[in-house]
Design a protein around this ligand. Structure first.
Ligand SMILES: CC(C)(COP(=O)(O)OP(=O)(O)OC[C@H]1O[C@@H](n2cnc3c(N)ncnc32)[C@H](O)[C@@H]1OP(=O)(O)O)[C@@H](O)C(=O)NCCC(=O)NCCS
Length: 180
């Protein structure tokens, strides 16, 4: 089974490679090559992932198997869309598993680690954006108790796509946060 751990500086290059490969694997069939290239140039690369790993307002997890990264999740603490009613929102920015590992429980381990880390950092609500047609990911998030509260635009190149915004309460009593 892959080992799940917090990313270090040394992971920047393999994380960038995995992030781009899994993004392309998930979305290349439904986007133009130009938009995929533009998105990957803007979001992935060793320097960019190195900054993200070092960013104190983020947390990056990687899963390693036989010396290779096979999955990752990145959390971000900061502003959330208006439809996310939280005092301290915590975002699951990216959660990607290599296709060889889909359906094998690794995504669940990553999600458990992500939710625990969000709680540890004081988040009361976990939120994320997911492409409206990404049925498997939406089903996965629903299994964890995420519900849809709105939408936002996620540009892929010059294509303004619609992402569903989903939230999950991290309050231990299971209630949604209502404080302003
Ligand atoms: C989304 C992801 C992390 C989920 O991990 P996973 O290991 O595939 O998760 P699961 O096998 O538990 O699948 C989740 C649920 O999706 C549903 N599902 C499975 N295959 C499906 C398919 N081909 N189409 C639609 N739904 C599907 C099932 O309900 C499944 O739950 P169940 O097996 O308990 O019934 C993983 O598929 C992935 O990395 N996908 C590519 C990257 C991605 O889309 N990331 C999210 C970006 S927001």
């Amino acid at each position: 089974m892959p080992v799940l751990r917090t990313a270090t500086d040394d992971d920047a290059k393999p994380l960038a490679q995995l992030a781009e490969a899994t993004f392309r694997d998930t979305f290349a069939a439904v986007n133009s090559a130009a938009n995929m290239d533009a998105h990957c140039r803007a979001r992935y690369g060793e320097a960019r992932q190195a900054r993200e790993i070092a960013d104190a307002s983020m947390h990056s997890f990687v899963a390693e198997h036989d010396g290779a990264l096979v999955a990752y999740a990145q959390l971000r603490f900061g502003p959330a869309p208006d439809c996310v009613r939280a005092v301290h929102p915590g975002e699951i920015l990216r959660l990607y598993v290599h296709r060889d590992w889909h359906g094998r429980g690794l995504a669940q381990r990553l999600m458990d680690a992500s939710l625990a880390a969000l709680r540890e950092r004081g988040a009361d609500i976990a939120w994320l954006g997911v492409w409206e047609h990404n049925a498997r990911a939406i089903a996965f998030y629903r299994k964890f108790g995420f519900t849809e509260v709105g939408d936002h635009v996620f540009p892929v190149g010059d294509d303004p796509q619609r992402d569903l915004v989903m939230v999950k309460s991290l309050a231990t009593d299971g209630k949604n946060s209502t404080e302003e």
